[in-house]
Design a protein around this ligand. Structure first.
Ligand SMILES: NC(=O)C1=CN([C@@H]2O[C@H](COP(=O)(O)OP(=O)(O)OC[C@H]3O[C@@H](n4cnc5c(N)ncnc54)[C@H](O)[C@@H]3O)[C@@H](O)[C@H]2O)C=CC1
Ligand SMILES: O=C(O)C1=N[C@H](C(=O)O)C[C@H](O)C1
Length: 245
């Protein structure tokens, strides 16, 4: 049995993870932590893998604590920057064999949308990302959209493409956040869960790639897969694609 602790267990995702763990034959729930609990209560005597769905403010501290404790992490929480990822890599240096796995999105639809967008990017003059979420989300744009934009930008760079056409000239235009040269727009709307659209255009044609996660259960197969694979790739791994393709 894999003993799994959950940080953020009382939250929207945490609740769903606890439910999924109960249904998984090969896993058992260990500690369930909320914001007032000490992450260093998680250690190898009670936990094999810790799953983090907390908040962008809390996740780095949790992750560094768990590395210090010698426990594998599976993380869905957003808020990662290059600098924060470097801190995790550095902390892992002293812990050979330990793994930290971060996925901006655990839903297969979103992972595939990302992959398709990267494949298509070189063939289109223009590309923009629109992400749409429930209004209780604290960060914008979504971690997924940031990843999609970076993947598009990287594919365009590898294809030797220049900047996208855009004649906007106003001093304060409404064009979303520019991530690595790609415009990313965030919509927050009651009734939505997690959705992303990638728009790509050429003269006279458009490709739309859209992923819709209607319910949080859509993230669970990915979370359980990552828990089962914890430790299989030592060090820091970002993206469920590493386990899928
Ligand atoms: N990678 C993925 O597939 C997905 C990622 N997310 C991300 O997961 C994170 C959480 O999302 P939700 O569950 O919707 O948020 P939420 O606000 O419903 O849940 C977060 C929970 O964490 C708790 N918390 C905050 N700080 C904590 C700490 N230091 N230790 C323990 N618990 C703490 C909060 O009290 C709350 O109960 C967000 O960053 C979100 O973007 C959400 C859905 C899917
Ligand atoms: O907060 C959410 O709900 C989600 N967060 C992740 C993100 O920011 O990309 C994943 C998914 O979009 C749901």
């Amino acid at each position: 049995m894999i003993r799994v602790s959950v940080l953020g267990a009382g939250g929207r995702m945490g609740t769903e993870v606890v439910r999924a763990l109960k249904d998984a034959q090969d896993m058992q729930t260990a500690l369930l932590l909320g914001p007032d609990d000490d992450p260093s209560s998680i250690n190898p005597s009670n936990t094999d893998v810790a799953v983090d769905f907390t908040s962008p403010d809390a996740v780095l501290r949790n992750t560094l604590t768990l590395i210090g404790q010698g426990v594998h992490s599976v993380i869905g929480t957003t808020g990662w920057t290059k600098e924060r990822l470097d801190q995790v890599r550095q902390a892992l240096d002293g812990h050979p064999g330990l793994s930290v796995f971060i996925a901006p999105n655990f839903a297969i639809s979103a992972v595939l949308a990302d992959r398709f967008a990267a494949m298509a990017a070189r063939y289109f003059e223009s590309a923009e990302v629109v992400e749409l979420h429930h209004p209780d989300k604290v960060d914008a744009p979504s971690g997924t959209a940031l990843g999609t934009a970076s993947a598009i930008a990287e594919a365009r760079r590898q294809a030797g493409m220049g900047p996208m056409p855009d004649a906007t000239q106003q001093p304060d235009p409404s064009r979303g956040r520019v991530v690595d040269g790609v415009h990313v727009h965030a919509v927050r709307l009651r009734g939505l869960n997690a959705h992303e659209e990638v728009l790509m255009g050429n003269p006279g044609e458009q490709l739309t790639i859209r992923a819709d996660s209607f319910e949080r259960v859509s993230f669970m197969p990915g979370v359980l897969l990552a828990v089962r694979r914890a430790g299989s790739i030592p060090g820091l791994t970002v993206g469920l694609d590493h386990y899928l393709f």
